[in-house]
Design a protein around this ligand. Structure first.
Ligand code: WT7
Length: 654
C-alpha cells in the first residue's frame, strides 16, 4: 500500500496535509482499497449531535478487502499462525497455519452456515470464543454477510454475556465446547447455556469443537433450532461466497466497553472508515512488511499482538488492520506463564516473530518473574516492540527495550481507545524518535487538544490537562448501540465541539504527549477498562451489602488495582467470610478480571450534603496515604473518615 510513511520528514509532510484538508487526505488513502462503488462525499459531520459520516454513498465489503483482494498476490502466504495453549513440552499440540486462501475458504463456508441460520445484513451475531482461528473466521464471516458482530471476551461471566447479547439484540451466538487456559479447561458452552437462559431472542447457537468435552447440544422446536456443531455446518457449505456489498456507513461491529455509569456501552464502528483507519495506522505505526507469494520469508514479517479478540485491540490489530495489509499474524491461545514464564519468548523464537505488541501489565509481570526465563531463547527475529492499554512506566519501558528488544527495536507506545477504532498517538516504528513513558506525536489526521476543566484550550508546550480531539478521523465511534444520547453525553457534551477522551495528558517541552491516566470514574486494571459504578453494582448484589464505593489504586503489576469499601450487615457472617463472598459475587457477575484486590468493611461512606460520595478521600486512603485528605468541610459525616481509616488499618489482606 502506497500510503506508508518512510521518514520523519514524510511524517511531518503527511501530518500537515492531513490538517489542511482532512477529507482529501483520507480520500487518497481510501483509493487504495477495493470499492464496489465509489463514495459520493468523503466527510460530513457535526460533533454536536454527534453525526460523523465518512465515504458516504460508497459500497464495499471489508472482508473482500481483507481476503479476496489478496488471493491473487498472496493466496499461499500464511495469514494466521495459531499457537495452541499446549504448544510446548512432552506432548505438544502442533501449531496450525492458515494461508490467505484457506482462511478465505473457511470464512466463505462460515458465511453460508450463518446465512442458513437466517442471518442477514444488519443482524447482530454474538461471539463468545477462545482465541482460536475460528474466532477470527466467525468475525469475518459476519462481516462478509454485512451482519454485525459483537464479540464478548471469553473471560466474562454468563451474566455479562447475557447483558451484552440482549442489549445488541443478537439472534445467533457462536461459542465453543470449552477453552484451554494454562492448566485449566474452561467450560465455555456451560457458561453460554447459562447466559442463554435469559436471552429470548437467540434462536441458534453454533458450537466450535475445541476441547472435545462432552456438552449438551440443545434441540429446539419443530425446526430443530438452537445448537449446531460449527464443523458440521461448515463441512456442508461451499468454500466460495459472494460477499454482500455494504454501505460505507453500515455497522461493522458493536463492542461493549465500560464507562462511568453502571451499564457497559456498545461502541459502534462502521465499515468504510474503520477499514481505512485500521489499515493506515497498522502500516504506519508498525512498519510491517507483508511480502508477496509463498516464497522465502525474508521480506515477510510475523506480527504478534497478544490481545484477545474480545477487546478492541483484537479487532483492529489482530484481525482487521493486519489482514487488510496482507500481513501474517500469530495468535496464541494461552497465558504468558504456561507452562512457564518463558512461554512468550519461546513463541517468538519458534515462529521468528518480528513484531510483538502487548500490554504494560504483561511486560511488568514478566519482568518481575526474572530475566532467566528470557535467556534460553533467540529473540533476534524481533524488529519492533509495541505497547498498548495503559501507561508504560519508564522502568518497564527500559526493561522491554533492553532485555526483549536488545536495544535494537523501537518501542512504540500506542495510545488509543475502543471508541477511536485505531491508534491515535504513537511513534512510527524506526521513524519517530521515542521517549520512555511518552506516546509522542499524533498520527496524521489526528488533532489532539489539551484543555483545562473549563474547556479552555491550553496551547503550546509544557501544559497539562484533559485530552480531547478536535476533528473527526475515519475510525471514530459513530454511536453507542441503541442509545445515541448516551454517546453524545459521554464524549461530546463536556467540551462542546470536541471529542473528550476521559484521559488526562501532558505535552512536554518538545511537544511530546504523555498520557496521565483516566480522569473519570473508570479504572484500568491490567489494561482492562472497568467502571467503578459497574463493580459497585455487582458488590451491591450481595444480600448483606447495604452500599459500596470502588476506587482504583496504584498496583505494581496491574497498573491499577480494585479497592472496594462496603457497608455491610454483619449478623450471621464473619468479616472474613463476607470479604470472600463479596469478591466472589463480583467474579460471578462480571468475571475474574473485576475481582477486587481489597474489600474493606466500613460503617459508612464519606458523603457531601447532596449525597455524593467523596471519592478523593477513598482514593488517597487506598493509595496508602491517610495523612492528607484535603478539604473535608463539606462532608455531612466527617467523623466517618477516622472510622474508615481504622477499618483499613485493621483489615490486612493479601
Ligand atoms: C484507555 C482505553 C486501546 C486498546 C486497549 C484499551 C488507556 C490505552 C494507552 C497508552 C496510556 C493508555 C487510556 C484509554 N490507554 N493506551 N499507550 N498509554 N494509557 O482500550 O479499553 O478502550 O481503554 O486505555 O486510559 O482511555 P480501552
Amino acid at each position: 500500500m502506497s500510503f506508508t510513511i518512510t521518514s520523519l520528514g514524510g511524517y511531518i509532510h503527511e501530518y500537515q496535509k492531513s490538517i489542511l484538508n482532512p477529507a482529501q487526505f483520507w480520500e487518497q488513502i481510501a483509493e487504495e482499497f477495493f470499492w464496489r462503488k465509489r463514495w459520493d462525499v468523503a466527510l460530513s459531520h457535526d460533533f454536536s449531535e454527534p453525526r460523523v459520516e465518512w465515504f458516504r454513498g460508497g459500497k464495499l465489503n471489508i472482508v473482500e478487502n481483507c481476503l479476496d483482494r489478496h488471493l491473487f498476490t498472496r493466496g499461499d502466504q500464511p495469514a494466521i499462525i495459531f499457537e495452541p495453549n499446549n504448544g510446548t513440552g512432552a506432548t505438544p499440540e502442533p501449531s496450525r497455519t492458515l494461508t490467505y486462501r484457506q482462511l478465505h475458504s473457511e470464512v466463505c463456508r462460515a458465511s453460508h452456515a450463518l446465512a442458513r441460520l437466517g442471518v442477514q445484513q444488519g443482524d447482530r451475531v454474538a461471539i463468545y470464543l477462545p482465541l482460536i482461528p475460528e474466532a477470527i473466521i466467525a468475525m469475518l464471516a459476519c462481516a462478509r454477510l454485512g451482519a454485525v458482530h459483537s464479540v464478548v471476551f471469553g473471560g466474562f461471566s454468563p451474566q455479562a454475556l447475557r447483558e451484552r447479547t440482549n442489549d445488541c439484540g443478537a439472534r445467533v451466538l457462536i461459542t465453543a465446547d470449552g477453552a484451554y487456559r494454562g492448566e485449566k479447561e474452561v467450560a465455555l458452552k456451560a457458561a453460554a447455556d447459562e447466559a442463554l437462559r435469559g436471552c429470548p431472542l437467540v434462536t441458534d447457537v453454533l458450537v466450535v469443537k475445541r476441547t472435545g468435552a462432552e456438552v449438551p447440544m440443545m434441540k429446539g422446536g419443530p425446526k430443530d433450532r438452537r445448537d449446531h456443531w460449527w464443523h458440521e455446518a461448515l463441512a456442508s457449505s461451499e468454500p466460495t461466497h459472494e460477499a454482500v456489498a455494504t454501505d460505507a456507513e453500515d455497522m461493522l461491529f458493536v463492542l461493549y466497553t465500560s464507562g462511568s455509569t453502571g451499564k457497559p456501552k456498545g461502541v459502534v464502528h462502521t465499515v468504510g472508515g474503520y477499514m481505512v483507519y485500521t489499515a493506515y495506522t497498522f502500516k504506519n505505526v508498525f512498519q510491517c512488511r507483508s511480502g508477496h507469494g509463498s516464497g522465502s520469508s525474508i521480506e515477510r514479517d510475523i506480527f504478534w499482538c497478544t490481545a484477545d479478540v474480545g477487546w478492541i485491540t483484537g479487532h483492529s490489530y489482530v484481525t482487521y488492520g493486519p489482514l487488510l495489509a496482507g500481513s501474517t499474524i500469530l495468535i496464541y491461545e494461552g497465558i504468558p506463564t504456561y507452562p512457564d514464564p518463558g512461554r512468550y519468548w519461546e513463541i517468538i523464537d519458534k515462529h521468528h516473530v518480528t513484531h510483538f505488541y502487548t500490554a504494560p501489565t504483561a511486560i511488568r509481570a514478566l519482568q518481575a518473574l526474572g530475566n532467566e526465563h528470557i535467556e534460553p531463547y533467540h529473540l533476534s527475529s524481533l524488529r519492533v516492540l509495541g505497547s498498548v492499554g495503559e501507561p508504560l512506566n519508564e522502568d518497564a519501558w527500559h526493561w522491554y527495550h533492553h532485555h526483549i528488544g536488545k536495544e535494537r527495536c523501537p518501542v512504540v507506545d500506542t495510545w488509543w481507545q475502543t471508541e477511536t477504532g485505531g491508534i491515535m498517538i504513537a511513534p512510527l516504528a524506526g521513524i519517530t524518535p521515542t521517549k520512555p513513558a511518552h506516546v509522542t506525536l499524533p498520527l496524521p489526521g489526528v488533532q489532539p487538544v489539551i484543555v483545562d476543566t473549563n474547556g479552555t484550550e491550553l496551547v503550546g508546550n509544557s501544559v497539562e490537562g484533559n485530552l480531547c480531539i478536535r476533528f473527526p478521523w475515519p475510525g471514530i465511534l459513530r454511536t453507542t448501540f441503541g442509545d445515541h444520547e448516551r454517546c453524545r453525553q459521554s464524549y461530546f457534551s463536556q467540551y462542546p465541539g470536541l471529542y473528550f477522551t476521559g484521559d488526562g495528558a501532558k505535552r512536554d517541552e518538545n511537544g511530546y504527549i504523555r498520557i496521565l491516566g483516566r480522569v473519570d470514574d473508570v479504572i484500568n486494571v491490567s489494561g482492562h477498562r472497568l467502571g467503578t459504578a459497574e463493580i459497585e453494582n455487582a458488590i451491591n448484589e450481595h444480600p448483606k451489602v447495604l452500599e459500596s464505593a470502588v476506587v482504583g489504586y496504584p498496583h505494581p503489576i496491574k497498573g491499577e488495582g480494585i479497592y472496594a469499601y462496603a457497608i455491610v450487615d454483619l449478623t450471621d457472617r464473619s468479616a472474613d467470610n463476607l470479604v470472600r463472598e463479596i469478591k466472589e459475587t463480583v467474579v460471578r457477575i462480571i468475571g475474574p478480571i473485576a475481582r477486587p484486590e481489597v474489600v474493606i468493611l466500613v460503617p459508612g461512606l464519606p458523603k457531601t450534603r447532596s449525597g455524593k460520595i467523596m471519592r478523593r478521600i477513598l482514593r488517597s486512603l487506598a493509595a496508602g496515604d491517610a495523612s492528607n485528605f484535603g478539604d473535608t468541610s463539606t462532608l455531612i459525616n466527617p467523623e466517618i473518615v477516622e472510622q474508615i481509616v481504622a477499618a483499613v488499618g485493621s483489615m490486612s489482606q493479601p
